[in-house]
Design a protein around this ligand. Structure first.
Ligand code: CLF
Ligand code: SF4
Length: 298
């Protein structure tokens, strides 16, 4: 592997298309949309996409039960030999509601498809409760979406969270979310799980602030930082879409990424996948593997 990487780390990333830029030409990922619920509200959410939590026009992801997910994975693995990673990234939060469906899916995959890597993406609120369990399922890759390390910034992105049996709003909500995200990241690092941080760049709200986020996650051991553009579309009914919040231009995004160089290592090949994406990054073969078609194959 590359000179700047320990051999055990290289083992974990060499066939993961998101964690290794090289690998994304040769290895495919597949998302199973088994996580319908969410425990927070983001002003950019529309629950159609992925571990990047963005919003583009499209059709709604096909939600699956853990059993349907297993059958879909086995069918896709037959057709796409480059398949190396199964990710759970939506359409809600993978660890909301106790992560019940996510862990049932991991259980089934560990049993019936043990060669596939397991990957998960979360907003981090429930993460500290589940790090040990993730470790037990040999999950080596966890993404946390972190958009701020300052509750004053956070309250403009998150109107509420649901935590400890009640709803929190405003700065209190953002403070709890921030503390849970930092704790979860520290726990992943201690457990030897590779943590990728996704941040959504929202001009005028957290764009400059993401440099502080980059430093904060680096100091807590994050492996990669993926800064993605907000894609805001009024037709989609997201809060930001309705209030006219714009996304960054390609130049603004690149400038910010360049300014973060030297901090936590940046991912620059993210394709902002759907919660049910299938195939190499940048291609989506999901439509070939609907539940209907899989049942017809069986
Ligand atoms: Fe999926 Fe995310 Fe795992 Fe990759 S996606 S859960 S880490 S297997 Fe990858 Fe897609 Fe970008 Fe996510 S290109 S949106 S970073
Ligand atoms: Fe939507 Fe994800 Fe935010 Fe939940 S964490 S509100 S699913 S973007």
């Amino acid at each position: 592997g590359p000179a700047d990487m320990a051999p055990d780390v290289w083992e974990k990333v060499k066939n993961h298309p998101c964690y290794s830029e090289e690998a994304h030409h040769y290895f495919a990922r597949m998302h199973v949309a088994v996580a319908p619920a969410c425990n927070i509200q983001c002003n950019y959410c529309n629950r159609k996409y992925d571990c990047s939590n963005e919003s583009r026009p499209g059709v709604v992801s096909e939600k699956l039960t853990p059993d349907q997910a297993l059958r879909k994975v086995l069918a896709v693995a037959q057709e796409i030999p480059q398949l190396s990673v199964i990710g759970i990234a939506g359409p809600g939060d993978s660890l909301a509601a106790g992560g019940k469906n996510s862990f049932a899916t991991f259980e089934a995959l560990a049993k019936h498809a043990p060669d596939l890597k397991l990957c998960i993406s979360t907003n981090g609120l429930a993460l500290p409760d589940h790090v040990e369990r993730l470790k037990n399922y040999n999950v080596d890759h966890v993404t946390i979406t972190i958009n701020m390390v300052d509750p004053e910034v956070g309250e403009r992105i998150y109107p509420w969270i649901f935590y400890d049996h009640r709803r929190w709003t405003g700065r209190d909500a953002a403070k709890i979310l921030h503390e849970r995200q930092m704790l979860g990241l520290e726990m992943l690092t201690s457990a030897g799980i590779l943590a990728k941080i996704n941040s959504v760049m929202i001009p005028g709200i957290n764009d400059e602030h993401l440099k502080d986020v980059n430093k904060a996650v680096k100091s807590r051991g994050a492996f990669l930082h993926n800064i993605m553009p907000l894609i805001s579309d009024p037709a989609h009914g997201t809060h930001f879409g309705l209030t006219g919040q714009r996304g960054p231009t390609a130049q603004e995004l690149k400038l910010l990424q360049d300014e973060c160089e030297g901090g936590a290592k940046l991912m620059r090949h993210c394709r902002q996948c759907r919660a049910d994406a299938v195939g190499l990054l940048g291609e989506d073969r999901g439509a070939e593997f609907t539940t209907e078609k899989i049942e017809a194959l069986e």
